[in-house]
Structure formats: C-alpha cells, structure tokens
Design a protein around this ligand. Structure first.
Ligand code: Q9C
Ligand code: ZN
Length: 345
C-alpha cells in the first residue's frame, strides 16, 4: 500500500498537557509516527512518498477562515505576549461555554485561544501549524492517489485530526485530516463518501463537520462517552440533523471491551456503510484500541489488527487511511501496519 508521509510532523512536539490537575508529558509525540514509518519500511509494505503541495483552499473547505487565520499566526502571537513564552507551549485557560458569546473575537490572545479550543490537553507549539498543514497535505495527496486508481493509500500524519472541528482544536488535533480528505473526494466528484472512525475516542470533530449532510456518512466505534473522552458527544442517539438525519452512526462500547465485541460492532458499521453505497471510504485509523494503550480502555491485541484490515478490505471500497491516535508508542507501528497488511492480503 502507498504511504504518504512528511517528516515535518516532528515540528509539532508538545511538552506538557493538563491531566488530572497537573502538567504531564504529552502522550502524542513524534516517535509515534517514527515507529509506524520504521515498521512500514521493515515490512516493505509499499512505496513511501512525499505529499503534493496544496494551497489553503482545500483546508478551508472544512475549516473556518478565522480559525485558520488564528492557527497560522498563533505561535507568533504567543511569543509576542512575552519573549519567555518561546520556551513553553501555549495552552488555553478560558473557554466561552454556554451563555458567553462565540461571535466576538477578543484582541486578547489567551481569550481567542479558548474561543478556538475545548480542552487543556492540546498544547500549541512553534511548529504546530507547519506540521498540521503538512499532515493535511498528506491526507489530500492520499485521497488524490486513490481517485487516480490506487485501491488504498495511507496518510501517515500527526498531529492527529478527528477531534478538530470547523473552528476548534482539542484532543491533540488541529486540522481534521480525515474530514479534509473526505471533502476533497466529494469535490472531485465522488457523490457519497463514508467516513469510518475506529480510534478509541469518538471523532467529535468529524461528526460535527458532517452532521447536517447526507453526502458524507459518519460512523464511529469508540469508548462510551459516559466514561470516556470526549464525554460530551458520541452517544448512540446522535443520528444526524436536517438533511443529515440518518447519516451519523455512533457505536459506543463499554470501557474494557475486547476484540470479539469490537469486531461485532465493526460488522454493524460495515453493514451501514454498504447500505449507503459510497464511492469511497475514509478510515480514521486510531490504534488506541490496543490493550497496552496508556490512555484508553479496550483490549485489542496486535494480531487482531490483521483481522481488522481484512474486515475493512471486504467492504471493497477505494480507501484512504488516515493515522489518528495510539499511544503505546513501541507497539503502534506493528498495530498500524497490521491493519494495512491485513487490508492488502
Ligand atoms: N491525558 C486522539 O486519540 N485526553 N486523541 C485524555 C489523557 C485526551 C485523544 C486523557 C485524549 C485525546 C486523537
Ligand atoms: Zn484516540
């Protein structure tokens, strides 16, 4: 399988995230992609190519312009506040929740940072914009290659994307690579695109982006938000709205679920996708369903990921894989490549 990769991902290297009342080392680190790259090379899964150049228009098909303007200039604004900020990452402190206005754009940088985010676990660093933008280009290139006839392609990107919405970051995500890829497929003439999110955490950003649309179906398998991040979205009764009613499918599973239960939910998801008759599939490929993941609660084993790839392959669709979560760093390469290898068999 073709992989699209760029080493600029490493320019996003957060130091600390807020977790249980203290700042702890980030779970989402550059080594995650390095391990996947190494595994792809060792197992000779296929060519590894650089992304093509895209202008911001393809990204602006999904994200609000004022959010992109904020993100692209955020690091310089942060350092302008205090030169000593250059030694520490930016984290938000204020959020305009219910009863506050979200149409205002305060001059204060910290105030805008909160306006465009929803958690304190997603540090913005000197290289965040460059890395995230390069990642979106990887997703766009993978989608373009699938349109040109590759059966599947893998966008090996970080930071991940599926928690990012039209105008907010969070959950380690800044640009929604899977949504950008799906939209690019639509714009190239694919009438119906399915997005399947198999990260442990509900893809709240992707769901929100397509919630009122019937042309992009969103299906997610994830830890039950009653107990699992992102908590405030991902429940089974979220079915879409307006024209999008019936095109959003959440399959939450209890923390502790194993592969047998998970695979049954995957089969349900794939039946719904087949009924939609999409022209292409985008898979948000999170590997934090692994038993050894430090921040998640399912118990999939490394060998199970081969079966996951086989099941996905049986959908018979042109498929764009986009790398998302997975924080058992030493195992994330084997787990990711098992999915891709199982798919190609
Ligand atoms: N610090 C993705 O997998 N924090 N994002 C959970 C541990 C947020 C995960 C608590 C987890 C976000 C792409
Ligand atoms: Zn995740």
């Amino acid at each position: 399988m073709l992989t699209i990769y760029n080493d600029r991902h490493a320019l996003h290297h957060g130091k600390l995230e807020m977790f249980r009342g203290e700042l702890v080392p980030c779970f989402e680190v550059p080594a995650r992609a390095d391990y996947v790259l190494q595994e792809l090379q060792q197992r000779r899964l296929g060519p590894i190519e650089e992304p093509s150049a895209f202008d911001d228009a393809a990204i602006a098909r999904v994200h609000a312009q004022r959010y992109l303007d904020f993100l692209s200039g955020a690091w310089d604004e942060w350092v302008a506040l205090d030169p000593a900020n250059a030694t520490r990452d930016a984290l938000p402190s204020y959020w305009p929740i219910r009863t506050f206005r979200s149409d205002v754009l305060p001059a204060s940088f910290p105030a805008r940072m909160g306006l465009f985010s929803y958690d304190a676990g997603t540090p913005l660093t000197s290289g965040t914009w460059t890395a995230a933008r390069a990642g979106a280009c990887c997703a766009l290139t993978a989608a373009a290659r699938v349109l040109q006839g590759d059966r599947a392609a893998f966008a090996l990107t970080r930071p991940p994307g599926h928690h990012a919405g039209v105008d907010f970051f969070g959950g380690y995500c800044f640009l929604n690579n899977a949504a950008i890829a799906a939209q690019s497929l639509r714009d190239a003439g694919v009438e119906r695109v399915a997005v399947l999110d198999i990260d442990y955490h509900h893809g709240n950003g992707t769901q929100a982006i397509f919630y009122e649309r019937a042309d992009v179906q969103f299906t997610s398998l994830h830890g039950d938000p009653h107990t699992e991040y992102p908590y405030y979205l991902g429940y089974a009764d979220e079915r879409g709205a307006g024209e999008g009613l019936g095109f959003n499918h959440n399959l939450p599973l209890a923390r502790g679920s194993g592969f047998a239960q998970w695979r049954e939910a995957l089969a349900t998801a794939l039946r719904g996708i087949a009924a939609f008759k999409p022209g292409a599939l985008v898979v948000s490929l999170g590997l934090d369903t692994f038993a050894g993941d430090p921040i998640a609660g399912f118990t999939l084993a490394t060998a199970d990921y081969l079966r996951v790839g086989e099941d996905l392959s049986r959908a018979g669709l042109p498929t764009v894989f986009v790398f998302e979560g997975g924080y058992a760093v030493a195992e994330v390469g084997a787990n990711a490549v098992n999915v891709l290898e199982g798919f190609m068999q």
